[in-house]
Each structure stands twice: as structure tokens, then as C-alpha cells.
Ligand binder design. Structure first.
Ligand code: NAD
Length: 478
């Protein structure tokens, strides 16, 4: 069995123990054994990053740009291999895995350019003879904590801007899917970046997460994961006066109006509710449908969902792979029972599937006749489960779409310019989609939500510099 170690101060370092990375499509397939860091190793990684910081922060931006470009090029050249590893360890399909790997490569290449474009401002002072300069500087050592559902793209969209703007990194990826993060660390370790600038510590959040968040040498934490864990991290960062950025859960609405193109509406609902096994923070789990199109929409969804092929993530023809883990599968099946007991009608799917290999397979589920107040419409399920809520008109649909503690992404299917324009303006989500799935975003523009979905500055695109730099105002007497 191959063992994969932590990367600390430029050295591959054995863990205090090892954890098996198992393929959710085939539980007999073990991808490898991955090192588990302990508190002492996290401290060593932070110390290495602190030591590397002065040189990296003030060094050549050309060297940073070249390294990021090199990393991006290697990821893109190896996207098929990395995408296959991703599908094998996380369970999204191979095509989705390859797409995610390519996106990770593109992100590094984007920030290879961004680090050359970090600009400031020069203003006259209100006092004669004085000049004012506003510049951006790196923060220091940043701790990055990532979830299991985008095992290469989310590490990439935190690591790339952190390094581009002169910070040093200690990343703790999700313990369920360490393979892609390790492969990324391997690529970064050969990019020419000095030892200690980038460090990888693998392990459980409950064991080393707190250690990283509370370490006095860590200046800022960028976290993506559940709202519960994110809230606790925000409290710890506030107590230690650390900068913090949180991307968390969603309960994203997809509104379908009477005037929508039915086929398009069904396709985008299926794509964003069920693809990637519904395990996307931007998945549509509430389909809010006006009453004129409601019966046709349910009938068309039944017909379309019957064609979805659930299977091994690596097999040709699979539309939806397995759920990622036993505990996530139990959670998803638990919500099927909750929905039924709350009085929603289970229109399609929702059962565990037995396929040729032993994996965490589940038939995508659609509830109809669900009410907005039901737990299946209030809580993030994070699986291939969506429910349809019938509403009278656009006004009720908008109110329902906004009636949630979350606010990540929201979509509307309509041919009306009036309603599309009004929805873009009045949706309380951070990202709004017109005639597009709620999931599926570009890498060069800001990503993030409102309310319980996000906290702190936006990720990605130019906006990433808000979090990964700190502003300095300098005055000079001429
Ligand atoms: P999670 O909160 O369980 O874990 C996320 C990360 O936090 C993991 O690396 C975990 O090990 C770590 N962690 C756990 N306890 C910790 C602690 N006490 N201190 C520090 N770190 C700790 O989330 P998950 O199950 O890995 O991911 C699914 C969640 O992520 C969903 O809620 C999903 O919506 C969310 N998500 C959000 C976005 C977004 O950008 N908004 C993107 C992807 C996933």
C-alpha cells in the first residue's frame, strides 16, 4: 500500500498515523494511506511558513508568477490523470473530475497574472506638500481549511491567491479526500517555490483543525465547509483578532415560472440538483414552481430523472456517481424519511442502490408537494435530494426563494425580461442565475454568498486580494 506524507518545510514528513483513502464507488479499492499530522507537526508547518515569509513576501513577483504558471501548466497537462484520481476518491464522474482539475490549473494561471497586477493608489494629501500612497501587502502565514466536495478546485482557489500576493500557506484538506490535495502539494513542491512557503498537513478537523486556527503564528484563516464548523472558527478567529473568510452551506432555490421554456427548466434543475451527486454548495435543492407549469414540470422531471444513470464514477456512461461517504449516505437517506414523515410526496427515487460493486449508491430523489417550512426545505442535505414547492405567482416565488437562512446562489427560469431583471435585483443570494443552473460558475469573477452561506471578503477573481492582502497608507513630505 502506497503511503503519502505531509509536506513540512519542503520535506515529505511521515505522519503520527495513517488513514486509508477509500473509493466510494468500490469500497474494496483503497487509493492509498495518507499521513495524519498531529499538533506538533502543525506547529512545525507554521514555524516553517513563518521562517519563509520575509523572503517570499518581499521577493520577486516574476518568480511568484513563474511558479504559479508552472503549477497551472502541470495541472492542465495532467488533468485526465488528476481528474481520474478525483473521481476515484470523491465519487463525482470522471468527466466532472477532469473538468475540476482543468479549472484548478486555470486558477493558478489566472493568479500568475494577477500577482503582476497588484496595484495601489497615489493621492494628494489634504495637507499641502504631502503625498499619500495606498499599497497592499501580504498578511503573513495563512491557514487554509477545505471540504471534501471539490478536492482540487477549492484548495487551488485558496492556495493560488495566497501565494500570488506573497503569503505563506499551511493547508489542511478534508480528511475524506486527501489524494488530490497531496497531488497538488507534490506539483507545488517541484515548482521552484522555496521550502516552507507552502506546507500540507493532512488529518481530521477535530484533531488538528483547532490547532491551526488558534496557532498564534497564523495571521488569517480561509475556510470552506459546513456552516456549523465555520461559525465556530469565526468565533475563535474573533477571539484571537485574526482575519477570517468563510464559505459555507447553501439551500439554493431554482424558480421556474409559467413562461419558462419547460425543457430548459427541467435540464437546469436536473443539472444543478443532482449532478456531482448533489454534493455542491451551489446545488439547487428547492425547486420553486408556479402553479400554471407545476403539473407539466413534475411530469417532465419524472421522465428526465428516469434516464439518469447512477454508477461507478469511473465507468463510461455514468451521469451520477456514488455519495462520498457512509455518513453522508446515512444523512441523505435520513432526510428521505424526514421528508416523508413531514408529508411531502416522494415522487422519484430516494432509495439505496445495489450495483455491481459495493459503493455508496443512491437513486436521486425528488419530493413534490413539499412545504417551505419542512426541514427538507430549510436544512442543507448535501446529497442528490431536491424538493418542489408549488407557488401562485412570481411574487410568492421570490419571497419563498429568499425565505432561507442561506444565500449562496439562486436561479430563475423565465422568458420574461421583467421578471429576470427584478429577480437579479431582489434575490438575497450572492450569485444569481437567469436560465442557468445555480451550480456552475466562472473562476475569474467573485464567488460567494450572503447570510449563513458566507462571511468575510469574496473568493476568486480580482476580489481575492481583499482577503489575501492588507492595506497600508503611507504619507511622504515632498
Ligand atoms: P466540514 O465543515 O465538515 O469540514 C470542512 C473542513 O473543516 C474539513 O477540512 C474538516 O476537516 C475541517 N474541520 C472540521 N472540524 C474542524 C474544526 N473544529 N476546526 C477546524 N477545522 C475543522 O464540511 P465538509 O463536510 O467537508 O463539506 C461540506 C460542506 O461544505 C457543506 O456544508 C457545503 O455546502 C460546504 N461547501 C461550501 C462551499 C462554498 O464555497 N460556499 C463550497 C464547497 C462546500
Amino acid at each position: 500500500m502506497t503511503r503519502f506524507d505531509n509536506l513540512i518545510a519542503g520535506q515529505w514528513t511521515a505522519g503520527s498515523s495513517y488513514s486509508r483513502n477509500i473509493n466510494p464507488s468500490d469500497l474494496s479499492d483503497v487509493i492509498g494511506e495518507y499521513a495524519q499530522a498531529d499538533a506538533a507537526q502543525v506547529a512545525l508547518a507554521v514555524a516553517a511558513a513563518q521562517k519563509a515569509f520575509p523572503f517570499w513576501a518581499t521577493g520577486s513577483v516574476q518568480a511568484r508568477s513563474d511558479a504559479l504558471d508552472k503549477i497551472g501548466n502541470e495541472i492542465i497537462a495532467r488533468k485526465d490523470e488528476l481528474g481520474t484520481l478525483l473521481a476515484r476518491e470523491e465519487g463525482k464522474t470522471k468527466a466532472e473530475g477532469i473538468g475540476e482539475a482543468a479549472r484548478a490549473g486555470a486558477i493558478f494561471k489566472f493568479f500568475a497574472g494577477e500577482c503582476l497586477r497588484l496595484s495601489g493608489e497615489v493621492l494628494p494629501s489634504v495637507r499641502p506638500g504631502i503625498g499619500v500612497e495606498i499599497t497592499r501587502e501580504p498578511i503573513g502565514v495563512v491557514g487554509l481549511i477545505t471540504p471534501w466536495n471539490f478536492p482540487i478546485a477549492i484548495p487551488a482557489w485558496k492556495i493560488a491567491p495566497a501565494l500570488a500576493f506573497g503569503n505563506c500557506v499551511v493547508i489542511k484538506p478534508a480528511d475524506l479526500v486527501p489524494g488530490c490535495a497531496w497531488a497538488l502539494a507534490d506539483i507545488i513542491s517541484r515548482s521552484g517555490i522555496p521550502a516552507g512557503v507552502f506546507n500540507l498537513v493532512m488529518g481530521r478537523g477535530s484533531v488538528i483543525g483547532d490547532v491551526l486556527v488558534n496557532h498564534p503564528g497564523v495571521a488569517a484563516i480561509s475556510f470552506t465547509g459546513s456552516t456549523g464548523v465555520g461559525g465556530r472558527i469565526a468565533l475563535q478567529c474573533a477571539q484571537n483578532l485574526k482575519k477570517v473568510q468563510l464559505e459555507m452551506g447553501g439551500k439554493n432555490p431554482q424558480v421556474v415560472l409559467d413562461d419558462a421554456d419547460l425543457n430548459q427548466a427541467v435540464e437546469l434543475a436536473v443539472q444543478s440538483a443532482f449532478y456531482s451527486t448533489g454534493q455542491r454548495c451551489t446545488a439547487s435543492s428547492r425547486l420553486i414552481v408556479t402553479e400554471g407549469i407545476y403539473p407539466k414540470f413534475i411530469a417532465a422531471m419524472r421522465e428526465r430523472m428516469a434516464k439518469i444513470k447512477v454508477g461507478d464514477a469511473l465507468a463510461q456512461g455514468t451521469d451520477i456517481g456514488p455519495v462520498s461517504s457512509q455518513s453522508q449516505l446515512e444523512q441523505d437517506l435520513g432526510y428521505i424519511e424526514i421528508g416523508k414523515s413531514e408529508g411531502a410526496t416522494l415522487a422519484v427515487g430516494g432509495e439505496r442502490l445495489k450495483l455491481a460493486t459495493d459503493g455508496f449508491y443512491m437513486a436521486p430523489a425528488l419530493f413534490s408537494e413539499s412545504a417551505a417550512s419542512m426541514r427538507i426545505n430549510r436544512e442543507e442535505i448535501f446529497g442528490p435530494v431536491a424538493s418542489v414547492i408549488r407557488v401562485k405567482d412570481y411574487e410568492e416565488a421570490l419571497a419563498m426563494a429568499n425565505d432561507t437562512p442561506f444565500g449562496l446562489s439562486a436561479g430563475i427560469a423565465t422568458t420574461s425580461l421583467k421578471y429576470a431583471t427584478h429577480f437579479k435585483r431582489h434575490s438575497q443570494a450572492g450569485m444569481v442565475m437567469v436560465n442557468l443552473p445555480t451550480a456552475g460558475v466562472d473562476y475569474h469573477v467573485p464567488f460567494g454568498g450572503r447570510k449563513g452561506s458566507s462571511y468575510g471578503p469574496r473568493e476568486q477573481g480580482r476580489y481575492a486580494q481583499e482577503f489575501f492582502t492588507v492595506v497600508k497608507t503611507a504619507y511622504t513630505l515632498a
